[in-house]
Design a protein around this ligand. Structure first.
Ligand code: URA
Length: 230
């Protein structure tokens, strides 16, 4: 149960003050009866706003196919954002919708977005070893000994004190490989290849834990059940 003005504001419909105006204007009903008390508590399932049920009142978890060219930052000064792909109202929600980890502007692929703070912490913690699979193309031939170097758990990235956790590299063609990581250091894939002298030219995340993109086109997203990860 939530106060009606808070419910509307937290779901991004309007400010709390505006919500009071919406309620006074008869735009909100509770179990079919026009609400007149903005402080009354109601279950979201009983509420209609302009005759529509509230948008994902219990929270959201989205699987997005991030195109290149968008940033995961909330700061619009950093360029077009992944959040700009979503209905504008969702940007005003509280708790805020945020990405589970980040992909670089030039990286495409599978990105989770959610307002479930605890889930973000759980899925990004290296302790939980969630596997992320990346496809990279690089500027030079990939030497077969890289497989063992990445698997050893000793690769030290520039500026880091702890080595990377063991990672699985599969060389697909001379300039293309798949890399599976269980952690997510800043720019990790690019920096791992840089540590071996190679520059990553394109990077795509194909898998996050059990999830793949299926036939989602770049820029498209779909909802996942909130309890998808248990
Ligand atoms: N590693 C990177 O270098 N970039 C990403 O976007 C993701 C992983």
């Amino acid at each position: 149960m939530r106060r009606l003005d808070q419910l509307l504001a937290n779901l991004g419909y309007c400010s709390r003050r505006e919500a009071r105006g919406w309620i006074a204007a008869g735009r909100v009903t509770v179990r079919g009866i026009v609400a007149d008390d903005f402080g009354a508590k109601a279950a979201p399932a009983d509420v209609l706003i302009d005759d529509q049920p509230p948008d994902l009142p219990d929270g959201l978890l989205l699987l997005l196919h991030k195109p290149t060219g968008l940033v995961c930052s909330h700061d619009a000064d950093e360029g077009p954002r992944v959040y700009d792909l979503l209905p504008p109202r969702w940007l005003a929600r509280n708790p805020a919708v945020t990405s589970v980890g980040r992909l670089d502007k030039d990286t495409s692929g599978l990105l989770l977005l959610t307002d479930q703070t605890a889930l973000v912490h759980r899925l990004t913690s290296p302790k939980h070893k969630v596997e992320k699979v990346y496809r990279a193309t690089v500027d030079r031939d990939l030497a077969p000994d890289l497989v063992a170097r990445f698997a050893a758990g000793t690769l030290l990235l520039d500026g880091e004190k702890a080595p990377c956790a063991p990672a699985t590299l599969t060389i697909i063609s001379p300039h293309e490989a798949e890399l599976t990581l269980t952690e997510g250091k800043y720019h990790q894939v690019r920096r791992m290849f840089a540590a071996t002298g190679a520059t990553v030219l394109t990077l795509h995340r194909a898998q996050f834990g059990p999830l793949t993109l299926g036939n989602l086109a770049p820029g498209q997203w779909r909802e996942l059940p909130l309890d998808f990860f248990g």
